[in-house]
Design a protein around this ligand. Structure first.
Ligand code: PLP
Length: 419
């Protein structure tokens, strides 16, 4: 007999055992009233914390005014206002925005735009990158084989180049960067001729692949090659952007301006909205009507995004991410002296990963056990990396010193409990 009571798909797994009845700032509260310090931020989404009063107020007001001002049918004043505000934040000349719902849709939008704008077929991505789960974005994704398994063949025209992950290669940053730039040049003569290459698409700080920042020389090397060959440079700032890295955009750390930016996650504190930014001139090279979608740029999500930007500015949250990120790193660096199994600590701002190893081997089991022990003690965290060996720290940008110290204190207890 089929049970007709609906349930969630068994393919959907939760990283924690928690039911989130309520959210309040940096805390998730379960149905029994137990409070958990949330260092997951809904995978880097709740930038202003859970249910920030200003975001709640803006969304509630919008719900009562206009919910679905369908973007290809009517003009939506909130979306125009959001575009104006975002334009103050994106680098010149990136002042035009295509709004959609999720990060993966922005990746799809980017694929369409770079191919249409250049008339070229190929896109170079970087090994370990994550850009989404729909077929186009998944084809750009090489952070974990589990995501790609069982759904091939992928979209064609994707070329994977190495990313300067020095710790993985066991090289210095200089050596890893030299190698990656050299391989890129080799790709142009062996795999994808420059005149067939539409774009290079890269996360300034790799997220799901293991919290690995790019570096200035590498990013400048990409920019030089793109300029030389008329290739578009696209930065996926879906996870690292919107203040998380300690600068508003993670690419600001490298002094390199892209031709397009992919934006999502932290943009609206939890409401689903995302944006592709490019110059008006570049956008105009795409095909008319190729950007759209039933729900994209929802009015309530746009109102929440406007409020989120205001809160980030008023409360100095980008600076806070930089300062709290430093404190987090200092606390973790101090712990590493006693726990050498914390093999590498890396990241930027409030996007920090601790790679767990046993000897030379990535230790996903240890990382998983640490998360369970943290949860018992009231701290929620996530993992990433191909072996799920990296304990990742991505609290909301409103986090304070006492909460950072409490979290690293709990982490130390978890290290002891799992030794
Ligand atoms: C860098 C990056 N790009 C794209 C995506 C896809 O976003 P979404 O899950 O909203 O489709 C993610 C999600 O984790 C991401 O981290």
């Amino acid at each position: 007999m089929t049970d007709h009571k609906g349930k969630l798909s068994p393919l959907l797994k939760q990283a924690t055992g928690i039911t989130a009845a309520k959210g309040e700032g940096a805390y998730i509260i379960d149905p029994d009233g137990r409070r958990y310090l949330d260092f997951t931020s809904g995978i880097g989404v709740t930038s202003t914390g859970h249910c920030h009063p200003k975001v709640v107020e803006a969304a509630q007001k919008q719900v009562a005014t206009m919910i679905h001002a369908q973007a290809t049918t009517v003009m939506n004043p909130r979306l125009l206002e959001l575009a104006e505000k975002l334009g103050e934040l994106t680098p010149d000349p990136l002042n035009a925005f295509f709004f959609s719902n999720a990060g993966t849709e922005v990746a799809e939008g980017a694929i369409r735009l770079v191919r249409q704008a250049t008339g070229r077929p190929n896109i170079i991505v970087f090994h370990g990158g994550f850009h989404g789960r729909t077929m186009g974005s998944l084809s750009l994704t090489t952070s974990s084989v589990g995501l790609r398994a069982g759904v091939s063949p992928m979209m064609g025209g994707v070329v994977v180049a190495p990313f300067p992950h020095a710790f993985h290669y066991g090289w210095s940053l200089e050596e890893a960067t030299d190698f990656c730039l050299k391989e890129l040049d080799r790709i142009f003569v062996t795999y994808s001729a420059p005149k067939e290459t539409a774009a290079m698409l890269i996360e300034p700080v790799q997220g799901e692949g293991g919290y690995v920042p790019a570096n200035t020389r590498f990013m400048q090397g990409l920019r030089e090659r793109c300029d030389k060959h008329g290739i578009m440079l696209v930065f996926d700032e879906v996870q690292a952007g919107f203040g998380r890295s300690g600068k508003f955009w993670a690419h600001e750390h490298f002094g390199v301006t892209p031709d397009a930016i992919m934006i999502a996650k932290g943009l609206a504190s939890g409401f689903p909205i995302s944006a592709l930014a490019a110059s008006e001139e570049t956008m105009a090279k795409g095909w008319p009507g190729s950007q759209g979608g039933t729900y994209g740029g929802n009015a309530v999500a746009a109102a929440a995004a406007i409020a989120t930007i205001d809160v980030i500015r008023e409360e100095g949250l980008v600076d806070n991410a930089g300062r709290m990120g430093k404190r987090l790193r200092d606390n973790l660096d101090a712990l590493k002296k006693d726990y050498p199994e914390m093999a590498d600590i890396r990241g930027m701002g409030l996007m920090v990963g601790v790679e767990m190893r046993r000897g030379d081997c990535p230790d996903g089991e240890r990382a998983g056990n640490i998360l369970k022990e943290c949860e018992k003690r009231g701290l929620l965290m996530l993992r990433c990396g191909p072996y799920q060996e990296i304990v990742r720290w991505l609290p909301p940008l409103i986090i304070n010193e006492q909460q950072v110290d409490e979290a690293t204190g709990i982490f130390e207890e978890a290290l002891k409990a799992t030794a």
